[in-house]
Write a protein that binds this ligand. Structure first.
Ligand SMILES: Nc1ncnc2c1ncn2[C@@H]1O[C@H](COP(=O)(O)OP(=O)(O)OP(=O)(O)O)[C@@H](O)[C@H]1O
Length: 226
């Protein structure tokens, strides 16, 4: 998907948290880094249409995230920093099926799509598990499954390895590597972005670097050093 920011910026309560930004993103693997509060999640939420720009515009494949919100519905998926917050139904498979309601699919088609998605992630065993009993890694995969089943072109993952142990981190990393969708990954886990096409560094609401991973990370190290 072609993601375009046209002088898009965000203010909250009169304070600018994202300076007007113009860029175009079409790569498959895009990383987003920066200090806490630098504007990363704000940037990501603009892409999904969860947030409207205060000024300027954001367009996906030429469709405006505000004016064409209806046509863009379902084209992007967002996995929150705390995926527990996005699970609505108590059981994993029910939660995934819930996301498919209102799409004109009958119950059997919804159940088939849920099974297929869980299988593609290698987590069919999670189908009947209660979401609030899952480990952090399982929860990340359940949230990813719930987003994937809806068939988005682009998935935004907000700190997907936050709080995961090494084993679960590896599972999430490998799962991400196997996805064909365009991924925008916000992360403080810098090695996760190895091999990414492009990394955006935000600093104090401004884009401070837009470069291959090593270059953007080197700039981040300079910014972060006391
Ligand atoms: N709904 C809101 N109302 C007011 N201020 C907000 C709101 N959402 C975010 N902010 C502010 O905007 C700034 C950027 O926040 P954002 O969540 O984009 O940062 P971030 O880079 O994702 O940070 P982190 O790494 O801590 O998750 C912060 O100062 C934050 O307090």
């Amino acid at each position: 998907m072609d993601i375009r920011f046209e002088a898009a910026g965000v203010d909250f309560g009169g304070r600018t948290v994202l300076e007007p930004l113009t860029l175009s993103l079409s790569q498959r693997r895009i990383g987003v880094i920066g200090l806490n509060g630098s504007g990363k999640s704000t940037f990501a939420r603009l892409i999904t249409g969860l947030l409207n720009p205060t000024r300027g515009a954001v367009a996906l494949d030429g469709l405006d995230t505000v004016k064409d919100a209806g046509a863009l519905s379902g084209r992007t998926g967002y996995i929150f920093q705390n995926p527990a917050n996005q699970i609505i139904m108590p059981v994993v498979a029910e939660d995934m099926e819930f996301g498919l309601k209102g799409r004109g699919m009958d119950k059997a088609a919804r159940a088939a799509a849920v099974s297929r998605t869980l299988e593609s992630l290698g987590v069919s065993h999670l189908a009947s598990r209660r979401a609030h009993e899952l480990s952090g890694g399982e929860l990340q995969l359940a949230a990813l499954a719930a987003v994937l089943v809806t068939g988005p072109d682009t998935i935004i993952l907000d700190e997907p390895t936050n709080q995961l142990d090494l084993k679960n981190r590896r599972v999430v990393e490998q799962t991400m590597a196997g996805l064909s969708q365009q991924l925008v990954v916000i992360s403080h886990d810098l090695p996760l972005l190895d091999g990414f096409d492009r990394v955006l560094l935000f600093h104090e609401g401004r884009l401070a670097a837009d470069a291959p991973p090593a270059e953007a990370i080197a700039r981040y190290m300079e910014i972060a050093s006391p």
